[in-house]
Design a protein around this ligand. Sequence first.
Ligand SMILES: [Zn+2]
Length: 390
Amino acid sequence: MTSTVLTGIGSLVTNDPSLGQGPLGLIADAAVVISDGLVSWVGRAVDCGPADAAVDLDGRTVLPGFVDSHAHPVFAGDRATEFAARMRGEPYAAGGIRTTVAATRAASDDGLRAGLVRLADEFRRSGITTFEAKSGYGLTVDDEARSLRLAREQTTETTYLGAHVLPEEFAGRPDDYVSLVIGEMLDACAPHARWIDVFCDRGAFDADQARAILVAGVGAGLIPRIHANQLEHGDGIKVAVEVGAASADHCTFASAADLELLAASDTVATLLPGAEFSTRAAYPDGRRMIDSGVTVAIATDCNPGSSYTTSMPFCIAVAVREMRLTPDEAVWSATAGGARALRRDDIGRIATGARADLVSLNAPSHVHLAYRPGVDLVDRVWTSAPKVGS
Ligand SMILES: [Zn+2]
């Protein structure tokens, strides 16, 4: 067993209050020892014993690798033209997804894989050490299964999103499409997925359809999560809590009753600052959620239509500025919060036994992630994630 000590850490975010100060468990002048891909020791550098190798971080900040619990990185083409039109004043609608569906169906496996690998590299460079990947741009049995197979080459956190939008060939026949999603398509996709998701909103699927789809997914061994209340207020959050979803995502239009339900449940509210930013929409009130006792995660929602970013530092800065999270809360939500939204306790924190997924910043504190928006502060990324086989 070889061990490496990271020393000279000016400020360490552990997300373990028993290890340091405050909810982030901050330790000044810290060291971390990594052995065989796991954290084997955390504490003050002066108390640290010897290791086989040492890396001096010269006063930099170290925090857990970001956990991106909501991303759509399996697609072909881009929608820059649609984005430009929207910035000229045209509204965002769920139907734009069909443009990407056509491009994705037409793409080769190699073409889709190349796009996914490029985005996975961007995630890592922004400090993301775990990312979720949804299907949802195939919308046929074969194309959904193919998307998940390719996603599995890059991450274990794969999500079957056959119910992203009603494909054109099913126009006027939503019940027929839902039958396919919970029948033959689910059978083909479940072996490649950990999660099931549905876009429950205006222009996509209603609450009854969403419930039926998530319950069918649970029956096939998948864990539910949901796109809820992004475009208008509906019953998506209620459905999420009812089916025991790990996360309800967007929650832009959430009532006091919705927040009470979330606070009393194990369902995380995942906020996606890039989506409101890129659709010029009103932001959800993250401050009110946290003050109501809701557990909040922040994710990129990386997708070609409504949030084409792979930068978690950008999302943190926007969450602080526009959703009224404190810098501490935003950093927690992008690390430990994301881990909660993926029901993982081996990531999102730096403690003995956790995976050695860490990021160092060219900054004296994690606050700089929001304080210095748009500046690439990521110095190095350590990740223990094994390469996932196809
Ligand atoms: Zn999404």
